[in-house]
Write a protein that binds this ligand. Structure first.
Ligand SMILES: C[S@@+](CC[C@H](N)C(=O)[O-])C[C@H]1O[C@@H](n2cnc3c(N)ncnc32)[C@H](O)[C@@H]1O
Length: 282
């Protein structure tokens, strides 16, 4: 189940690995949507938010991307000089990531190591603690987020950060409302379960939901952002560079301030460990 240290992009076969996620049935549709406006906004806004984290200030940071998929963020971070390990349950998505690595300079590819397996097993799949642990677009597919968050906590350094990207459970009706799907918008006011655009059953999370699991493990939410405020209901290719730059500037701004971030499609939640001298103030 584990890549050889001397072969950083090896993807070993994992017979029948099923981490209990409902994502697998949507793999082809996920791959088909990459590079379209919604994906570009998600990845670029997230990339800028990550770039501001202190853990990434001095490369090489040790980064673990759990549910790395096709590796969009992992690749950005490897290009920036960080040492990245990706874990994913899907052989198909890891193959897509490997394909992207094949087009990179050798020194970038050498900074990436891929492991096929369940994120919940991360403590058994990697050694040591990471400066930054990402888990983006994964929790919505899990029946129970506690095993995954516990695993992430175990592999993150005491000075490190955990970065989660979740479907926003604070404002789940927004997408259906903006698309004019009124019955779905009405039912989303009182539920966190929904069917996503890949046709998969999924669950949204509010910051309090992840706080509730990570708090007792010693983690405190230090930052939170919205991702995709203005463009979530649009289904089109990304525009040209000039229009895209303006659109991304507006999305980044909206994602970093209230009230806009509260109605974003996705929330980016960043956790750090509670320091001994902060404990009395919690
Ligand atoms: C929506 S994709 C997100 C990919 C990437 N993180 C991103 O944000 O672009 C979800 C990914 O999580 C992976 N995944 C889902 N559940 C998982 C689990 N329990 N352990 C490891 N990977 C998982 C899927 O195989 C898929 O690659």
């Amino acid at each position: 189940m584990r890549a050889h240290e001397e072969d950083p992009i090896a993807v070993p076969a994992a017979p029948g690995a099923d981490p209990g996620s409902s994502f697998a049935a949507g793999t082809a549709r996920w791959l088909g949507a990459l590079g379209r406006l919604r994906d570009v906004v998600r990845q670029e806004v997230l990339r800028s938010q990550l770039a501001g984290l202190p853990q990434l200030r001095r490369p090489p940071a040790r980064v673990l991307d759990v549910g790395c998929g096709q590796g969009t963020q992992a690749l950005h971070l490897a290009r920036a000089g960080h040492a990245v390990t990706g874990i994913d349950a899907s052989a198909e998505l890891l193959a897509a990531f490997e394909g992207a690595l094949a087009g990179e300079p050798a020194e970038v590819a050498a900074r990436v190591r891929l492991i096929r397996g369940a994120g919940e097993n991360a403590p058994d799949l990697v050694t040591g603690a990471f400066d930054l642990v990402l888990c983006h677009g994964v929790l919505m597919y899990l029946g129970d987020i506690t095993p995954m968050l516990t695993a992430l906590s175990q592999v993150t350094d005491a000075d490190g950060a955990i970065s989660l990207l979740v479907r926003n459970g604070l404002a789940l009706s927004m997408r259906d409302g903006l698309c004019g799907n009124w019955p779905a918008a009405l039912s989303a006011f009182d539920s966190k379960d929904y069917v996503n655009r890949l046709g998969l059953p999924a669950r949204a999370h509010a910051p309090a939901d992840t706080d509730q699991v990570l708090g007792p493990l010693g983690w405190q939410r230090q930052e939170w952002f919205g991702v995709r405020v203005f463009t979530d209901h649009r289904d089109e290719p990304a525009p040209g560079p000039e229009a895209l730059a303006e659109l991304l500037a507006a999305e980044r701004e909206a994602g970093s301030r209230d009230p806009y971030r509260r109605v974003a499609a996705l929330l980016h939640l960043v956790y750090g460990q509670v320091r001994a001298n902060d404990r009395g103030n919690r």
